[in-house]
Design a protein around this ligand. Structure first.
Ligand code: ZN
Length: 251
């Protein structure tokens, strides 16, 4: 069986504008996320960025992608709508999507959720404790009862998403807030995993537990079946074509 093909998409803007971010991620966050995935093995990993033609998400590229990972923040509005439509179609067909941190406000996530995806937030370098809600869930494999990140941006409830179909993590922050930080949905044949950690000014994507969860998330989101659906498939079936045509054909 060929290896799972993951594509890490990075907005790649903070890294060029903010010295603090460049110091942590000199080659871009997408590169570090990709490295974390390939180091664990079993996945062919490549990257794409906003700045590439078609944001690196041509139809050909997406057709060769099993799971797409998405990190965006300040340039969500720069993502072309036709590219979003293309990604959306691929998710419905069966491509997995792992949405990271501020990707909650990306066009693709909001379109898939159908809600505003708002949340509360605070940047105070506070501690986050991520509790495992279901130790039997494949995305939590290898994680203890909880793990901690010493310095994070806080995301708090209410998180305006449809109720997750599976809840893998819930976060507690030193300031007292809680947040549904690891959530799963399905849309069509595609599986979607939202994972909260990843603010650009903290070295979150070097953390071993974070890397493990993202790796698990990619494995979980891999396609199990693909259906290239379209409006053309919403067909009128003539009575003569029914499996029991004789039972319903007018006399
Ligand atoms: Zn952030």
């Amino acid at each position: 069986m060929s290896a799972l093909r993951a594509l890490v998409w990075g907005e790649n803007v903070h890294e060029h504008r903010n010295e603090a971010v460049r110091e942590i991620y000199p080659d871009g966050m997408h590169t570090v996320i990709a490295r974390g995935l390939s180091e664990r093995g079993g996945i062919d990993v490549s990257t794409a960025t906003l700045q590439e033609p078609e944001h690196g998400l041509s139809a050909e590229r997406l057709a060769e992608t099993d799971v797409l990972l998405w990190w965006g923040h300040i340039a969500h509005h720069e993502v072309a709508d036709d590219v979003v439509t293309r990604v959306h179609k691929r998710v419905l067909e069966g491509m997995g999507l792992v949405v990271l941190h501020s990707g909650h406000f990306s066009k693709i996530f909001r379109r898939l959720m159908g809600t505003t995806c708002t949340l509360t937030w605070r940047e105070a370098a506070e501690k986050e404790r991520l509790w495992v809600c279901n130790p039997g869930h494949p995305i939590a494999a290898g994680i203890d009862r909880y793990f901690e990140l010493p310095h994070t941006e806080m995301y708090g409830e209410p998180f305006a998403v449809p109720p997750p179909e599976e809840q893998v993590f819930i976060s507690w922050f030193a300031g007292g807030e809680v947040f549904r930080s690891g959530c799963c949905w399905r849309r069509g044949n595609g599986k979607i995993f939202y994972f909260r950690p990843g603010h650009e000014t903290y070295p979150i994507y070097y953390d071993d537990n974070v890397r493990r969860v993202i790796h698990n998330g990619v494995l979980w989101a891999r396609p199990e079946g693909v259906w290239v659906d379209s409006f053309d498939d919403c067909r009128n079936i003539p009575a003569d074509d029914a499996p029991e045509a004789r039972a319903i054909r007018p006399e």
